[in-house]
Design a protein around this ligand. Sequence first.
Ligand SMILES: C[S@@+](CC[C@H](N)C(=O)[O-])C[C@H]1O[C@@H](n2cnc3c(N)ncnc32)[C@H](O)[C@@H]1O
Length: 194
Amino acid sequence: MARKIFFTFQYLMNNPPWDTGISPPEVYQFLEKNSPGVALDLGCGTGTNVLTMAGYDWQVTGIDYVPKAIRIARRKARQADLTDRVKFLIGDVLNFKSLEGKYDLVLDIGCFHSFSGTNIDRYARNVSNYLTPGGSLLLYAHIKNDPGSSHGVSEENINVLGKFLTLVHRQDGDEGASRPSTWFRFRNLKQQTS
Ligand SMILES: C[S@@+](CC[C@H](N)C(=O)[O-])C[C@H]1O[C@@H](n2cnc3c(N)ncnc32)[C@H](O)[C@@H]1O
């Protein structure tokens, strides 16, 4: 709840620091190397990355629980004339009931790293169920630099994702020791047993 209030407040104050309007190079690299398919952006904010993916002919659903972020995302899609390729949903990414279908790509930039406890397992299980066989989770997350820190995910949390998905690439970032970050690419290569 506290996280949702934080994010809602950030969008109400305008221009949250992450909302740069520019997709990271890692997203472009993925889009250049992979054929278009169906994608899901978890915690899509104002839809920058959804629109970038749609610009590469992907059909994309973005979900975020802050209504103002989704309102802005929908406006940006109309302005970019991409409404036929994108869909924006207001909702909690931990409640996947509002989502349908399977996705070749799940993108998460900055959402997973605000989860903890049982939500980590729930998220991992749900993402793996939503990926097509061979589908990818492209994930950017801040990493805890000390176990007591309230921000970021631990290596243990990353290992939970590894129970359901196969880690195929990891690139540790260099944003500074105070806030280490990593890009991960997981693929759905495992047989689902549960
Ligand atoms: C750091 S921002 C990044 C936004 C966007 N991915 C980007 O790169 O611009 C994290 C986003 O995740 C959303 N978010 C966090 N937890 C969520 C949840 N449980 N359900 C839906 N959205 C969530 C926040 O509202 C926020 O828009």
